[in-house]
Design a protein around this ligand. Structure first.
Ligand code: ZN
Length: 387
């Protein structure tokens, strides 16, 4: 894996030397600094890396404590923007609701590092951070992450602890853990490793908490959504490893229908994902396999972001090593960039429920190397800002 990554780093370095005239699109080929981590991080490591990014870019990155876990560990929020402005739309991105989904914990850290390190090098990244604010919480569940458990230190599945349809057994949100019935009973061994949802469609321990938001970790995330208010533009939450991008509703009993004009925007993102990445864009429900999960999930943070705040909201089920991909933090770190940057490029349009039509102008060298199954239709794209 290291050898492969070295090849990519070399390709990226080369791409920075190309002139616009060498590309058919007449777009400047952006220079992008790859992010390289030695390995996955525990909660302390995630925090340390986040503070290191802040030290490298004190004018771009501000790290603060959003709350504390059941076990008293800090839940850190990194605000990445230049400069902080009271009116900027905010993209809110988190990870690690499920502590054993390691790629889901690394995703927001990877993005924070990628954005901050490329601000001075890449005009499009600079435009994103000049225009929008990106709030990232890599480690929502530090206790679970360090224990490598799906649940938090109270044994609660934090992604069943949010108010939308909370406590609905058919949405696998059980107030005190599930009743033992043929529907829910399953040999624990069938769920190992726990980040393979297709082998474990009905989980034995989806304790959603006695009441919605009775867990400090979920309360911290919901509290931040509330604090952002109308500045919140969209929400993206990282999980593994269904290999998909999912949009609301996940709940078994959604509180209302999604208006067609909003659904069209969600579908546009899912369709783009299907066309331009190796991920599947879809929905989840007992009868809906398009998001590769095939069960309803009530009390999720994704549904709550849409429910509470009326913004586009997505769950990013990344690759995981267990679905045949390399166990290399940098490999799949690159892998999350297309979807993430597509959303970030369109932060303001998503906030207004308009078609997310801007594209991130990737270096041509990236296409076909790893991140795209097919090259984006660059000729049909509007010129990106500042380029
Ligand atoms: Zn998960």
């Amino acid at each position: 894996m290291r050898a492969w990554h070295g090849v990519l780093a070399g390709v990226l370095a080369l791409s920075g030397c190309l002139s616009p005239s060498q590309g058919p699109s007449a777009l400047p080929v952006p220079s992008l600094q790859p992010v390289t981590f030695a390995d996955y991080h525990d909660s302390q490591g995630l925090d340390r890396e986040l503070r290191t990014v802040q030290e490298r870019h004190p004018g771009l990155v501000r790290v603060e404590e959003l709350g504390r876990s059941v076990g008293g560990k800090p839940i850190l929020l990194a605000t990445v923007t230049a400069p902080v402005g009271p009116a900027k739309p905010v993209a809110f991105i988190d990870g690690c609701h499920h502590g054993n989904e390691n790629q889901g914990c690394e995703g927001p850290l990877f993005l924070a590092t990628f954005l901050a390190d490329n601000y001075a090098r890449n005009a499009t990244v600079r435009w994103i951070l000049d225009t929008f604010q990106v709030d990232l919480v890599p480690d929502v569940n530090p206790d679970g992450h360090d224990a490598q458990t799906r649940v938090n230190a109270n044994g609660v599945n934090l992604n069943r602890n949010y108010p939308t349809d909370h406590g609905d057994p058919l949405g696998l949100s059980y107030p005190l853990g599930p009743p033992v019935t043929p529907l829910t009973w399953q040999l624990p061994a069938a769920c190992v490793p726990a980040d393979v949802p297709l082998r474990c469609p009905v989980r034995p321990s989806e304790n959603g908490g006695v009441q919605a938001l009775d867990q400090p970790e979920a309360a911290a995330i919901a509290g931040h959504m509330a604090q952002l208010g109308k500045r919140l533009a969209f929400y993206l939450t990282f999980h593994t490893a269904a290999h998909s991008v999912i949009a609301p509703w996940a709940a078994f009993h959604p509180p209302h229908d999604i208006p067609p004009e909003q659904d069209a925007v969600l579908v546009a993102v899912l369709d783009w994902t299907n066309r331009h990445t190796t991920y599947d864009g879809g929905r989840t429900g007992w009868l809906d396999q398009s998001g590769n999960l095939g069960y309803a999930a009530s009390g999720t943070s994704m549904d709550w972001a849409y429910d509470c705040c009326g913004v586009p909201s997505f769950t990013f089920e990344t690759h995981g090593h267990a679905d045949g991909q390399p166990e290399d933090v940098n490999w799949w770190g690159q892998d999350i960039l297309p979807v993430s940057l597509k959303l970030l490029m369109n932060t303001d349009l998503l906030q207004q429920w308009k078609s997310p039509e801007r594209e991130f102008p990737y270096p041509a060298a990236w296409q076909g190397v790893h991140v795209f199954e097919e090259a984006p239709a660059r000729a049909a794209q509007p010129p990106p800002p500042e380029l």
